[in-house]
Design a protein around this ligand. Structure first.
Ligand code: ASP
Length: 307
């Protein structure tokens, strides 16, 4: 049975992803199409064009895609200047002997395959970044910017409520193939080169169609420590329901007491297409996930419950 799960950020891409599945496309293509719509929408400030920049004012995008049948993966990290990081990630998987490309190499590969270039920093994002600098930097640092150490500013962004978020898609197609994808511009105001969990297979994304798929959002630093997405899929392999697997992984995050701590939302489907999501703490009304099943006209969106 065909189905799709996306988190709230991914909602606007669902019609394109559903149409792809209904038209007979693979789960991989549905994931790429759905995420591609979100990446191109400048009103979504956590993904793709319009994302909130890093400390230097650059939008660095991370994306991953995973084929749940073959366990092949394609990943890009800190990619600048290209509209659809998810499509570049898919091409890494399909055209290279590698799984992950980052930074300048990812950009070079995107150019080589003719990926769509774009000015990823919108006027709105530029203004936001400028205002942030003016608020947090001394006149002296501002005049010399970006010379000097940046670490203290990364800590300021850690404490603020600047935009965070990732687009997650998990899909099952007509032929029973499962795929998943993630895309994000990452932690707003991050230290340049910082990768979150979205481009770390096993942390922010894992798909094995024999058991299920999982994608995570919010504080990537947490799921990287616990390989959360892989842990959820492994729990299902060992007999947990999708809900038990999500809750157990969320509890592991809550149990961490040392180091930088932040909330996480976990999204998963099992091999039959049952879906569940949970957040490690109440992230407010806006945090939701959407599920579409074959034979229904509309995806159904629900608030993501807290553990
Ligand atoms: N998980 C993403 C990251 O760590 C960001 C997010 O979803 O808020 O980059």
């Amino acid at each position: 049975m065909m189905m799709l799960m996306a988190n709230g950020e991914g909602e606007i891409g669902l019609p394109a992803a559903v149409a792809a599945l209904q038209g007979g496309a693979s789960a991989l293509t549905a994931v790429e199409r759905g995420i591609g719509v979100v990446e191109a929408d400048p009103s979504i400030h956590s993904v793709g064009r319009g994302g909130i920049p890093n400390l230097l004012g650059e939008v660095e995008c991370d994306a991953a895609i995973m084929n749940g049948r073959t366990l092949q993966v394609g990943v890009v990290g800190a990619l600048q200047g290209y509209l659809n990081a998810i499509s570049v990630a898919r091409q890494v998987m399909e055209r290279l002997p590698h799984a992950v490309l980052a930074g300048d190499g990812a950009r070079r590969f995107a150019a080589e395959i003719g990926a769509r270039k774009a000015d990823m920093v919108t006027e709105e994002a530029r203004a936001f970044h400028r205002q942030w600098l003016e608020k947090h930097l001394s006149d002296e640092r501002l005049a010399a910017w970006p010379e000097g150490p940046l670490a203290e500013y990364a800590w300021i962004t850690a404490k603020s409520v600047m935009a965070k978020g990732t687009t997650i898609y998990l899909a099952l197609d007509e032929q029973g193939r499962m795929a998943g994808g993630t895309s994000t511009s990452g932690w707003a105001g991050k230290y340049p080169g910082r990768l979150g969990d979205s481009p770390i297979i096993g942390a922010g994304l894992y798909v094995d169609e024999r058991y299920g798929a999982c994608g995570c959002t919010h504080t990537g630093e947490m799921t990287i420590r616990l390989s959360t997405a892989h842990a959820v899929v492994q729990s299902m392999k060992h007999g947990a329901t999708v809900e038990e697997a999500c809750r157990d992984a969320a509890q592991e995050i809550v149990d961490l007491k040392e180091g930088f701590l932040g909330p996480v939302a976990i999204h998963a489907i099992d091999a039959k297409g049952n879906a569940h999501a949970v957040s490690t703490r109440d992230l407010g009304e806006k945090i939701k996930y959407c599920v579409w099943f074959e034979g229904t006209s509309q995806p159904e969106c629900r608030r993501t419950p807290a553990l």
